[in-house]
Structure formats: C-alpha cells, structure tokens
Ligand binder design. Sequence first.
Ligand code: 3PG
Ligand code: MG
Length: 396
Amino acid sequence: MAFRTLDDLNVKGKRVLVRADLNVPVAAGKVTDATRIQRQAPTIRELAQAGARVIVLSHFDRPKGKVVPSMSLKVLQAPLSDAVGRKIAFAEDCIGPKAEAAVAALKDGDVLLLENTRFHKGEEENDSAMAKQLAALGDIFVNDAFSAAHRAHASTEGVARLLPNAAGRSMQAELTHLQKALGNPERPLLAVVGGAKVSTKIELLENLVTRVETLVIGGAMANTFLAAEGYNVGKSLYEPDHLETARKVIHMANDSGAVILLPVDVVAAKEFRPGAPHRTVPVAAIGADEMALDVGPKTSQAFINRLAVTRTLVWNGPFGAFETAPFDTGTVAAARAVAAATRAGHLLSVAGGGDTVAALAHSGVENDFSYVSTAGGAFLEWLEGKELPGVEALKA
Ligand code: 3PG
Ligand code: MG
C-alpha cells in the first residue's frame, strides 16, 4: 500500500495539521494510560523540529456534537507537552475565529492543540463545510491516528481530501506492521481470536479463517464453538443464538484447509470471583453447575506446539477471564510463549484491540511483541478485511 510519509514533505514555515488520537483514558483529571500520547509525540516533535507550525487535532470521548466541558482536550495539553518536550498552546475551538487566531499567532516550530473536534456535529457527519474550515487552518494534513481511521469523519477523512497529505510516524508504523502481519505475511500464519462473544467478531472470524493456516479460538467465545460441536458447557458464558455462526466458521475452515484450535481442557469453577475453587477438566467433563473460565494446560501446550511451526501471528482477545486470578493462567502462558518466540527471532507477532493490550501488559510482555497496535475498533475492522476511510484517504 502506497502512502506518503513525513519523508516526502517539506514543512519548514508551513502550517501542518496533525490528526492525532488523544482519546486516552482519563480519571480525576489524570491520564491513566499514556500509550497513545507517547506513540504520537514523535510526529509532532519531528515536524516542530523541522520548522513546521504544528496544529494538533483530535477527538476525545463522545460528546456527540455538543460542547461538553468534561470532554475538553485542555486536560491533554500538559501531558502532550511533556511527551513532545515542547510548550504547547491551546485553542478553545477547532474551527472558526478562536482557532484561526491561535493559528495566526504561531511561529515556525510552535505547537498548538485545538479543542475536541467532536464538539461540532459536522465532525461525525463528515460535513464538507467543517472539513473546509479545518483545511483552511493548514497547508498540509498529516494523519497519525490509525486508531480513529475506521471513522469517516471531517478530521480524519474529509480534510485529508482537501490538502496535500501524508501518514505520520505512528500511522506509518501501524500500516507497515499490519501489512507484514496480514497483507503479505511470512507463512504459516496463525491468528488468535479470543474474548467473550462470537457475535461481535463474526466478520473477523469469517475473514481470518480464509487467510490463516491456524485459527486459535479462546475466551468465552470458545464455549460457543464447543457447544456447536455438541459439548455440554454447563453454566459457561456462551451464545446459543450463534451456534450456527460457529458451525459456519468450522465449515469455512474445512474448505480453506485452516486448522481451528479449540480448547481441549478448561479451568472450571462454580463461581466467578478471585481465587474461586476450580478444577481442570477435559472439555467433555464440564459439570452442569460449572463455568469454563480459562483454558487448561493441555490447550496451552497445543498452542505452544503450534507456535513452533508458525512464522507470523496476529492476536486479538484473551484466552480466559484474565482480570480475575487464577483465570489468567492460560492467557499469561500463551502471551509469554509468543513473546519468547518473538525474542528468539522466529516469529513476527502483532497484537491489538483494547482488552488484548491489557492482557499483554498483565502478562508483562507488552514490549516483547513485534508490534502492539494502539487501536481498538480500527484494529478489529482491519482484521475484518475492511477498508479504513482514514487510511484510504491517504493513499498516494
Ligand atoms: C478509540 O478509542 O477506539 C478511538 O479513539 C475511536 O473512538 P470512538 O470509538 O469513540 O470513535
Ligand atoms: Mg472506542
């Protein structure tokens, strides 16, 4: 996929609009996970150092077209400034007179953060008047927000069509790794799909099963597959309405020659709470009053054996209820095995999606994968094989 990068731009003295994704978790006025800020700071710093007048755009939360003071981006001004290592000015609007005045005051190398783009209805409507107002603030548009690229909004898609554009360093890294992992991977390719529900990942499963050699199903969605195969899953979380979906994915695997790895043993408990009494049982022996809350050691071993013959891995979703010990064991074992294979140099590993990053962090290996995407929804849509409007608009 061809797109321009910062290497293709001459930015000195130019007004460069940078679409960042500063939609980070904030509690009591403090950023609780600064990963996205850290990933996007290099683009802003590089542009400022090259003498651009940098104007940062982002949404924050979901104010739905109204000014919601608790969703002001003002709270990100200091953390962003710390991450970039430069003073950053703030404008109380992202378009109109306040934004225009703040942009006019910039000197070469200055950085300005504009207020939440979603305070205007036109943002999510991808309104052309709003896109024009945004475009009027800059000479060049740089999109560094892969995690917002699944949204066709004025600040992600509309404005990109109106100005010379390029991918920022974070966007470039995301696209390069995702391309290596699923676009043109070294094979065999394995995908881990975990999490609670088949129903939220139907398109993802149907796309991946046609593209991988191995599809590993974990989390409560594995219970739906087990039920579809005729196992009694007791009180386990599963989706009776999606047995057909699971069967369809199994049929698709038979047609494409993909191997589906389902749990062969599980950690089962009668209650779901930290430290609940539990036992490891084959999937055929889940009690009527038990819930499967994690995969068992035989399943973990089967996964590890498969890793040894895998060259590329894509991971979305945990294997078990990893937030609640001891039901994190399967996820931790798998994550550590992937990290070890990656460190040993025989595996390219790419992970993404909200819960997934938390699961890797919990396993202490978030820095040992080849790449961990900062995207949630955009990563899922990309796994579904969908075009992302924010990325499409950058294609050279
Ligand atoms: C995210 O956090 O996944 C992105 O910032 C997109 O946010 P949204 O789901 O509110 O569009
Ligand atoms: Mg979200």
